[in-house]
Design a protein around this ligand. Sequence first.
Ligand SMILES: Nc1ncnc2c1ncn2[C@@H]1O[C@H](COP(=O)(O)OP(=O)(O)OP(=O)(O)O)[C@@H](O)[C@H]1O
Length: 230
Amino acid sequence: MSDVILELSKASIYQRENLILSEVNVSINKGEFVYLIGKTGTGKSSFMKTLYGDIPLKDGVGHIVDYDLRKLKTKEIPHLRRKLGVVFQDFKLLNDRNVQENLKFVLKATGWKDKTKMEHKIDEVLQKVDMKTKSFKYPYQLSGGEQQRIAIARALLNDPELILADEPTGNLDPQTSIEVMEVLQQINKNGNTILMATHDYALLLKYPSKTLKCDGQKVFEVVQKNTKST
Ligand SMILES: Nc1ncnc2c1ncn2[C@@H]1O[C@H](COP(=O)(O)OP(=O)(O)OP(=O)(O)O)[C@@H](O)[C@H]1O
């Protein structure tokens, strides 16, 4: 099989009956780190939602981690999401349980049963985001950056083939954004493929990578002119 993890061809993306993006041709290969940028309201979130099955793909061709988005059935969506790690701007951690229990909750919901294996996996993902010492903290006892690192750890639990991060630094201050970005960069270096929607241009300049832009109902690749300044 090829190394293509995501491929959209002549795809149209709608919010209900409203056309948001058309003639979308995008391809992402295993191991890439890809930004999705664009002004507010240009369709970044709609694009992401189409990829994780929240919005159906009605026009064009779309394949993501072995799933055909045109043929995706409602009952297949949880299976698709197990192959994707989704990270949101607002973390979406459960406040009534600690970090360990947040992660265990996801493992159990995705079919894990063996207690030792679950503990081992939780240790492994917390190690990856450098949060092993905080596993007994409740989300409200953590800073925004720490909560986002836990959300990234949660996204890694089922060894996703693609991580979709929708404005993961949107609620964070510039310094904390860089810390979270360092974690994402590290994960990418270790082999994870990442698509990250952002409008934080400072991050793009500091960590240049392939960049797709939503503008005028289209998605196109932009070439970054700036080189790394530090
Ligand atoms: N649930 C919805 N129903 C109908 N239209 C929607 C819905 N959600 C978003 N839209 C519209 O779709 C368009 C694209 O929105 P989207 O949230 O994808 O943009 P975005 O680039 O992610 O913006 P932001 O950076 O502000 O998150 C906007 O015009 C928005 O008003």
